[in-house]
Design a protein around this ligand. Sequence first.
Ligand SMILES: NC(=O)c1ccc[n+]([C@@H]2O[C@H](COP(=O)([O-])OP(=O)(O)OC[C@H]3O[C@@H](n4cnc5c(N)ncnc54)[C@H](O)[C@@H]3O)[C@@H](O)[C@H]2O)c1
Length: 303
Amino acid sequence: MKITVFGLGYVGSTLAVLLSRQHDVFVLDKNEQLVDAIRNDRSPIGDAKMEECLQKEALNLFTPKEVAEAVDGADYIFIATNTQLDPEAGILDISSIHRVMESVISSYDKSAPPVIVVKSTVPTGFTEDLKRRYPEFDFLFCPEFLREKTAMEDVLNPSRIIVGYDETSTNGKSAAEKLGAAILSCVDDSSTPLLYTSIPEAESIKLFANSYLALRLSFFNELDTFATVRGLDSSLIIKGVCLDPRIGDYYNVPGPGFGGKCLPKDTRQLIADFDNAEVPELVIRAAVEENELRKEFVAEQES
Ligand SMILES: NC(=O)c1ccc[n+]([C@@H]2O[C@H](COP(=O)([O-])OP(=O)(O)OC[C@H]3O[C@@H](n4cnc5c(N)ncnc54)[C@H](O)[C@@H]3O)[C@@H](O)[C@H]2O)c1
């Protein structure tokens, strides 16, 4: 199969290396240095495990100079470009995805349009909007759950593979199943759970998963703030709380407040999605507000 990946950041580069174990993968990034890194068997994200794969495995990874070479005849085109939070609008900026679609439109084989797979995190309903705008393509949404520190390792050993497809499209289900099988054939564990959903369900899975993680961090941060003010040992309280198997002893270490590229923006996007759907929302908003309180508390403690 010929697969094209736009974007060579954490998500695109790990995906490209994974899929090139079994398929012909063509990579593109507007930052030519990242493409050069792949050309020279170096990881564009400085990931040691990726470098090991690039140098030791027989990968079918190509770095074309022209977009047309990458897009023409592709079976699947992945979009793994950045979607930062627009601080003024309070929602994700998805303009990079439209830029990619413009490149695809000018180069694809009209007799056999590729299936477009959105891998970037997007607002719920966004991929269906893309389909309305570009009706000549089938779209899938395939969320990514990697952690940046262990990006390649996580992509080789994912907790699950989710593929969202358009149930109203004649080819949607078969395109999703072919992709699911293609990904499964490349990961280290062939018994990795594979779940097919509608596109907005797959988009929601990504945002709700990250919002749950944010919520959990806010909970343990709040516990720690309480313990600190009362002069109690928070680690003992956490240990006692987490011995309950329904709670579990993981993802429970208090810190200065959640940050990074994903949790702040995905929580805010999900709140915006609740607002757009006019569904009352309290829990995720509370996690975000607690995060601000926590940052202030830690800063005061340190001053
Ligand atoms: N980093 C993570 O931990 C993580 C995890 C899951 C999902 N995501 C989501 O996946 C998406 C990508 O994240 P990332 O961390 O890989 O981002 P990144 O910023 O590391 O990489 C994105 C890449 O896309 C390239 N790009 C932008 N526009 C382009 C265009 N028109 N053509 C070609 N290349 C273009 C940029 O140059 C950049 O190298 C985001 O939506 C993010 O929210 C990220």
